[in-house]
Design a protein around this ligand. Structure first.
Ligand code: PMP
Length: 401
C-alpha cells in the first residue's frame, strides 16, 4: 500500500477552483468571472505589445545569459520597482532607507515579508481587512504570524465600514502589523478616500502599528500609476517604517512570470542594509534566488522612457476597458429594471465588483446561466465584454427576482 494512502483529498482552492469547474462545463455560453486576470474584449488573455517588444530585444541580445540572479534578484529591477511605488523623488529612496528584494510576484513578496516579520519583529500579529484576498490568511499564518481581522466592508452600503475599521485598528495592540490593500481592494473594489487614508495613517502611526501594503494593482484601479500609489506615498512621506509587496502580474500582464518585489522602508540606511542581509537568509533556503526573465522585462520597460510611456498607455487602456464594463453592466441592469440599487458597480474600482449576490444566488447563476464566480459574489470585470454583459445582466436579474 502507498505510504500516502491515508491522505484525504484536499478541497480545490476557493478561487482557482472556480476555473476548474468552468473548464468542465461543456456549455457554449459559459463565462468565467472567477479568475482575476485581464481579458480582451474577445475574452482572450493579453500580452502587452511593449512586453512582446522587450522580449524580442532580450532574445536578440547575445550578451544575455541565464546565470543565477543574486539572492535579492536583479539590482536594476529592485531600484526601479521602489521608484515606481514610492515615486521618483522619494526621500526614503534618496536616503537609502529602503531595501527592495525581488520576489515571486505579490504572493512571494507577502510571504517573504511575513517570514521576516515572524523571525525578527517583536509583534507577531497581523491584522487583515475583512474580507480580504483569500490567500492572505494562509500566507501569513504559514509564515508564522497570528492573523486577526479588522472591519472593512459594510454590506448595507456596499461601501467602506470606516468607523469599524478605525475602531478595530485603534484597538489593535501596539506594534501590530496592519495589512492594507494599496488600491483596488480585493474582493470588494472599495477603497478609502484620500481623507480617510490620512486618518488611517495618523491612527496607525499614533499607535505605533506597522503598515504592510499589498500593492497588486498599481495603475489598474485608476489607470494612473502615481494616483494608485498615493496611499503608499502618504505613509512613506511621514518618515515611518513600513513594508510594501508589489506585483507586476496585473499591471504588466506578467502573471505566470511571477515577478514582484518586497520593499522595507527603515529609519536609517544602516538599518535598511541589515534588514536586507536578513532578508537574504529568509530567501536562500526558500528558493535560493528569483527567476530572471520577468524581472528583465520589467527593468527594461521601467528604465526606458519610450517603453515606459508605451506601457502606461496600454495599462490605461486595460483600466478603461474595465471601467467601461462597469458602466455597461450597470446600464444593462437598469434597462431590465432589476430590483435594487446597483450603483456600487460603478462606484467600486479595480478588477472586481463585489456584487452583493449571496452564495445561493451565485449557485443559481452558475447552474442556470453557466457563469462562474467565487461564492462571495465577486466578479472579475476584466472577464466581461460588450457581448457577455447582457447574459450576465439576465442572470443577475433572474437571480434577484
Ligand atoms: N494580493 C492581492 C490583493 C491580489 O489580488 C493578488 C492576486 N490575486 C495578489 C496579492 C498576488 O498575486 P500574484 O502573486 O500573482 O502577484
Amino acid at each position: 500500500d502507498s505510504v500516502f494512502a491515508h491522505l484525504v483529498r484536499a478541497p480545490e482552492d476557493p478561487i482557482l477552483g472556480v476555473t476548474v469547474a468552468y473548464n468542465k462545463d461543456p456549455s457554449p455560453v459559459k463565462l468565467n468571472l472567477g479568475v482575476g486576470a485581464y481579458r480582451t474584449e474577445e475574452g482572450k488573455p493579453l500580452v502587452l505589445n511593449v512586453v512582446r517588444r522587450v522580449e524580442q530585444q532580450l532574445l536578440n541580445d547575445k550578451n544575455r545569459n541565464k546565470e543565477y540572479l543574486p539572492i535579492v534578484g536583479l539590482a536594476d529591477f529592485n531600484k526601479l520597482s521602489a521608484k515606481l511605488i514610492f515615486g521618483a523623488d522619494s526621500p526614503a529612496i534618496q536616503e537609502n532607507r529602503v531595501t527592495t528584494v525581488q520576489c515571486l510576484s505579490g504572493t512571494g513578496s507577502l510571504r517573504v515579508g511575513g517570514e521576516f516579520l515572524a523571525k525578527h519583529y517583536h509583534q507577531r500579529t497581523v491584522y487583515l481587512p475583512h474580507p480580504t484576498w483569500g490567500n492572505h490568511p494562509k500566507v501569513f499564518t504559514l509564515a508564522g504570524l497570528s492573523v486577526k481581522t479588522y472591519r472593512y466592508y459594510a454590506p448595507a452600503t456596499r461601501g467602506l465600514d470606516f468607523q469599524g475599521l478605525m475602531y478595530d485598528i485603534g484597538s489593535a495592540p501596539s506594534g501590530s502589523v496592519v495589512l492594507l490593500h494599496a488600491c483596488a481592494h480585493n474582493p470588494t473594489g472599495v477603497d478609502p478616500t484620500p481623507e480617510q487614508w490620512e486618518q488611517i495613517r495618523q491612527l496607525i502611526r499614533s499607535k505605533a502599528l506597522l503598515p504592510f501594503f499589498d500593492s497588486a494593482y498599481q495603475g489598474f484601479a485608476s489607470g494612473n500609476l502615481d494616483a494608485d500609489a498615493q496611499p503608499v506615498r502618504l505613509f512613506a512621506a511621514d518618515g515611518g517604517e513600513m513594508l510594501v509587496a508589489q506585483s507586476y502580474a496585473k499591471n504588466m500582464g506578467l502573471y505566470g512570470e511571477r515577478v514582484g518585489a518586497l520593499s522595507i522602508v527603515c529609519k536609517s540606511a544602516d538599518v535598511a542594509s541589515r534588514v536586507e542581509s536578513q532578508l537574504k537568509l529568509v530567501i536562500r533556503p526558500m528558493y535560493s534566488s528569483p527567476p530572471i526573465h520577468g524581472a528583465s522585462i520589467v527593468a527594461a520597460i521601467l528604465k526606458d522612457r519610450d517603453l515606459y510611456n508605451e506601457w502606461t498607455i496600454e495599462l490605461k487602456a486595460m483600466a478603461d476597458r474595465i471601467i467601461s464594463m462597469r458602466q455597461q453592466l450597470f446600464d444593462a441592469l437598469r434597462a431590465r429594471g432589476t430590483p435594487g440599487d446597483w450603483s456600487h458597480i460603478i462606484k467600486q474600482i479595480g478588477m472586481f465588483t463585489f456584487t452583493g449576490l449571496n452564495p445561493e444566488q451565485v449557485a443559481f447563476i452558475t447552474k442556470e446561466y453557466h457563469i462562474y464566480m467565487t461564492s462571495d459574489g465577486r466578479i472579475s470585470m476584466a472577464g466581461l465584454s460588450a457581448n457577455t454583459v447582457p447574459h450576465l445582466a439576465d442572470a443577475i436579474h433572474a437571480a434577484v427576482t
